[in-house]
Design a protein around this ligand. Structure first.
Ligand code: SAM
Length: 226
């Protein structure tokens, strides 16, 4: 059975999509998408040999070799023009790693109309990358599983405008204020308050002063949204 996290990623894949799942590990997501008749074809990309072999094994075991191609490649190098991939999923990594994958092989994105990204941390850098690269937020989701909170960003091409709060919290998520959202940002707020207290006792240097101002700014934003 697929995790709730990956099931939520799958929910945003359009029916009939040709997908590439980058950093696919066991290729659970592409296997699920093909079995459910959601994706019509899938590429599973992995840069590490062990997970790549797990993906190959899983696809064989589920008898899906005609519908899923597993490639050993760095990020979007797994996507070839002849694949006609229209949807890319990247899940289970930090926001900065997801952004570095998106930036490294820009030509692989040419025919892509939807990105479904699930950063474990730092979703903000993905919103910044999206805005700078003419991708707009179509939808967002936040969910809790095994005491961890995950965000999912669904992007389509187009311009958008975001405020400082929207970059940090997500424009859709901060309107909906779901229980997982409240929990995540209450936790973050308490962390920031703790750090702020500890640096208030530290020696004042320009770096500490800068960090302090940043924390105070973030605390203002979080207090505005909770
Ligand atoms: N996507 C799956 C999920 O969400 O459950 C697996 C997540 S796993 C924590 C991250 C995977 O990404 C690892 O298998 C790792 O080898 C792979 N990975 C990391 N950097 C990558 C890159 N540049 N290109 C392809 N795969 C990468």
């Amino acid at each position: 059975k697929l995790s709730k996290r990956l099931e939520t990623v799958a929910k945003f894949v359009p029916t009939g999509a040709v997908i590439a799942d980058i950093g696919s590990d066991h290729a659970y997501l592409p296997c699920y998408l093909i079995h459910k008749g959601i994706a019509s074809y899938a590429i599973a990309g992995e840069v590490v040999k062990g997970p790549f072999e797990s993906a190959v094994g899983q696809v064989q075991k589920e008898d899906l070799t005609e519908k899923i191609t597993v490639r050993l490649a760095d990020g979007l190098a797994a996507v070839e023009a002849a694949d006609h991939v229209d949807t890319i999923t990247i899940a289970g990594m930090g926001g900065p790693l997801i952004v570095s994958i998106l930036e490294k092989h820009p030509s692989s994105l040419l025919g892509v109309t939807r990105l479904i990204l699930q950063p474990n941390i730092h979703a903000k850098v993905i919103r910044e990358w999206a805005l700078a690269n003419n991708w707009a937020i179509l939808d967002e989701e936040i969910l809790e599983e095994d005491d961890k909170i995950y965000e999912i960003l669904v992007l389509q091409r187009g311009p958008m405008e975001l405020s400082a709060s929207e970059f940090l919290f997500g424009p859709k998520l901060m309107l909906r204020k779901s229980p997982a959202f409240i929990k995540k940002w209450t936790r973050e707020k308490e962390n920031w308050q703790r750090v702020l207290l500890s640096i208030e006792e530290a020696e004042q240097t320009p770096e500490i002063e800068e960090k302090r101002a940043e924390l105070i700014g973030q605390l203002k934003l979080v207090e505005g949204v909770l």
